[in-house]
Design a protein around this ligand. Structure first.
Ligand SMILES: [Ca+2]
Length: 313
């Protein structure tokens, strides 16, 4: 991964962080589509994780820790993302497991940074990184090809989320090209240990653009939702994305919607280009919050499947 792309990835995470830290809210009222899968849509891409072992080449990995690349960014997270089986694997129940693990050592270093500034354990540790974890993405040629180079469709991720102090699990999307926030970010599900530990049934969805993000005058667009048994059961986290609207929610119930503005520009509607999915569990920092190291094993996110349907082209 080049310094440039690492920086972009860094900025992505910065946005995800500060977005939720800041103000904002809202979204469009009265969505014109809902979270019922249209019968005209067909399944274009999916992974049901039926084969135990390592994730298939449906997926690629983001590797490394906050502050890589020599640029201050992120939200003081404490995880180092690896490709190692201890952090991401498919179990015998047909589930993808994202598993934070306490401790970080030289064997965890994946050199996710530019080759000119390779990951060095002492540097990573000096930043307060105390755990490993995983961030898987669908940022692959095969994924974009399967979706016919358009992002429009119905996305569903069935997962059980860790609602543990210190955890920041997320199911989200990033526009394929450009820099954040101009490339567009869609957060289907975020659970913040720093904010939701005393109200664990909370879940948040939102979008980021040049016009609407944590640092903009208009602020971020997001919504929180109370989901019964959020942490103790599997839920379907859903996104219905059309050429004119983004609708998100849980188990068929809409939480958030955003309509393409009149006279839209790429500033307020960057949501026309292909985008990829990301699944991760961050540990600690401003959004994960403080944690007991003994709770890290409980920060496991379990994903039953990921499916993407699209309308007839
Ligand atoms: Ca499955």
């Amino acid at each position: 991964m080049s310094t440039s792309s690492k920086f972009k990835q860094s900025m992505v995470t910065l946005g995800l962080c500060l977005t939720a830290c800041g103000g904002g809210g809202g979204g469009s009222a009265s969505p014109s589509v809902d979270l019922n899968l249209p019968t005209t849509y067909s399944l274009k891409w999916s992974d049901e994780f039926n084969t135990a072992g390592s994730p298939s080449n449906n997926w690629t990995y983001d590797i490394g820790a906050p502050l890589l690349g020599g640029t201050v960014w992120g939200n003081s997270e404490k995880q180092y993302y690896t490709t190692l089986p201890k952090n991401s694997f498919i179990n015998s129940n047909g589930e993808l497991i994202l598993q934070p693990v306490a401790g970080v050592d030289a064997n965890d270093m994946g050199n996710g940074d530019a080759s000119s500034t390779p990951d060095v354990l002492s540097t990573i540790q000096a930043r307060g990184v105390t755990a490993t974890s995983a961030r898987l993405t669908t940022n692959t040629a095969g994924y974009y090809s399967a979706l016919n180079a358009t992002p429009y469709g119905f996305y569903e991720v069935r997962a059980q989320i860790p609602c543990v102090a210190g955890a920041w699990p997320a199911i989200w999307m990033m526009g394929k090209d450009g820099v954040w926030p101009a490339r567009g970010e869609i957060d289907i599900m975020e659970w913040f240990g720093s904010q939701f530990t005393t109200q664990p049934n909370q879940v948040q969805s939102g979008v980021h653009s040049t016009t609407n993000h944590w640092g903009s005058a208009a602020g971020l667009l997001y919504a929180k939702k109370n989901v019964a048994n959020m942490c103790t059961e599997f839920h379907k986290f859903q996104l219905h994305w059309t050429a004119n609207e983004i609708v998100m929610g849980v188990d068929g119930v809409t939480t958030f919607s955003y309509k393409k503005p009149a006279n839209a520009t790429t500033n307020n509607w960057p949501f026309s280009q292909p985008a990829y999915l990301l699944l991760n569990v961050a540990v600690g920092g401003n959004l994960g919050g403080s944690f007991n190291v003994n709770d890290i094993p409980n920060m496991k996110m379990t994903v039953d499947y990921v499916k993407v349907w699209q309308p007839p082209s």
